[in-house]
Design a protein around this ligand. Structure first.
Ligand code: SF4
Length: 384
């Protein structure tokens, strides 16, 4: 249920069936099915059509959506699921996003920061476990100056030349992004969170929507493989706003897209709100697969937190990436964007095996390669 509307009220029958979880029966929706067929064949719909489809997503339409998203993922990526090693290296953040457990106003957060050597040590562990992409993620922590980050990137690239590095460290100037790119960063994740300017402003009192969007276009222009993405079930979020998310992604055409449910963290101003649902999140993943068919779409830890089989369900809905944690075990619970996060007590080697078993069991195979976007362009030499 999103903001009292009922367009996501059905359970995800087809996925549930495949995962051995209680199926149900749905209704036939003529026009919605026709729009879905158009989306499947053309990877595009108008705003009005997208809203209609969202509002009439029941029964056969829902089944067809998951069937189409599964076929589409297979068409572009086969049965492969790409693995990324995630390093959460600092939970210190200057921003104050209303939904986030590590926002600067949360004085109860147990803060930590890894040294550059500790980050490299995590990559070494990851490399030995077979990972060929490291995702380096943190709050917006100014202790990591441009110089330190450049040094870190060069060192990682020197030690592990066949691995890709993804940064997820927030908003920076175009020049800073460019320096990081030419120091070795290959990809950059910066979720837009919501394409509704109004909702974005409410949730991010210290941030500017236009700058966020500008950052994404700057990253693309520089040559990064870029990741955007949004949250599902945000307080006050409407079907029309979710349609805007899909259409914004269509326009930006990012290489990677992260979609996760909203969780009401008890130490934030949104603690009394309802969270996003599994059903809604899975449907948005499936629709995203149809709008941007060649995207790299993670089955997030957040969706795994929502349901024990959440990540498997997300893969069946069209996702094709998983990001097991390779951070030190004692820091994982502190990187608390939301509460009750899974896999906080498991060693990196355990996570690696556990997720591989889950992926295989769900009928997929893991791919431990770099897993670049099919749209990746050859890197240009540094202009300086
Ligand atoms: S969502 Fe990101 S930018 Fe916002 S407070 Fe949390 S860590 Fe900082």
């Amino acid at each position: 249920m999103v903001n009292g509307t009922c367009f996501f009220s059905m359970t995800c029958k087809l996925l549930m069936e495949k995962a051995g979880i209680s199926p149900g029966k749905g209704n036939y929706m003529d026009k919605a099915l026709m729009l879905l067929n158009n989306l499947y064949s053309q990877n595009s719909l108008s705003k009005q059509e997208t809203v209609y489809l969202l509002e009439n997503m029941t029964g056969n339409v829902e089944e067809k959506l998951f069937e189409y998203s599964d076929i589409t993922r297979k068409k572009y990526f086969g049965n492969r699921i790409f693995m990324r090693g995630l390093v959460e290296f600092s939970n210190i953040c200057r921003q104050d996003c209303l939904y986030c457990g590590i926002r600067c106003s949360n004085k109860n957060a147990d803060r930590y920061r890894l040294s550059l050597d500790e980050i490299i040590e995590c990559c070494k562990t990851g490399y030995q476990l077979g990972y060929r992409t490291f995702v380096l993620q943190s709050g917006e922590d100014s202790w990591y100056t441009l110089e330190k980050l450049s040094c870190l990137l060069k060192s990682i690239k020197h030690k592990f030349p066949d691995a890709a590095v993804t940064l997820s460290i927030g908003e920076k100037t175009k020049d800073e992004y460019r320096t990081l790119f030419y120091s070795g960063a290959d990809r950059y994740l910066l979720r837009h969170e919501t394409a509704s300017k109004k909702l974005y402003s409410k949730l991010h009192p210290s941030m500017d929507y236009n700058n966020r969007i500008k950052c994404l276009y700057n990253l693309k222009e520089i040559g990064y493989q870029v990741g955007a993405g949004f949250m599902v079930g945000l307080p006050g979020q409407t079907g029309s706003e979710l349609a805007e998310d899909l259409l914004f992604l269509k326009k930006l055409n990012p290489h990677m897209i992260g979609i996760g449910p909203f969780f009401p963290h008890s130490r934030t101003p949104l603690k009394n709100e309802s969270g996003g649902s599994l059903e809604d999140t899975l449907k948005m993943i499936a629709l995203t697969r149809l709008f941007i068919p060649d995207s790299l779409l993670p089955a997030t830890t957040a969706i795994g937190t929502l349901h024990p089989k959440g990540r498997e369900l997300a893969l069946k809905a069209g996702a094709n990436v998983v990001m097991p944690n390779i951070s030190p075990v004692d820091t994982r619970v502190k990187y608390e964007l939301y509460e009750n996060k899974i896999c906080t007590a498991d060693r990196a080697s355990h996570c690696r095996k556990c997720i591989e078993n889950r992926i295989n069991h769900a009928g997929f195979e893991i791919d431990m390669g770099r897993g670049d976007s099919p749209r990746k362009e050859k890197r240009a030499a540094a202009p300086f």
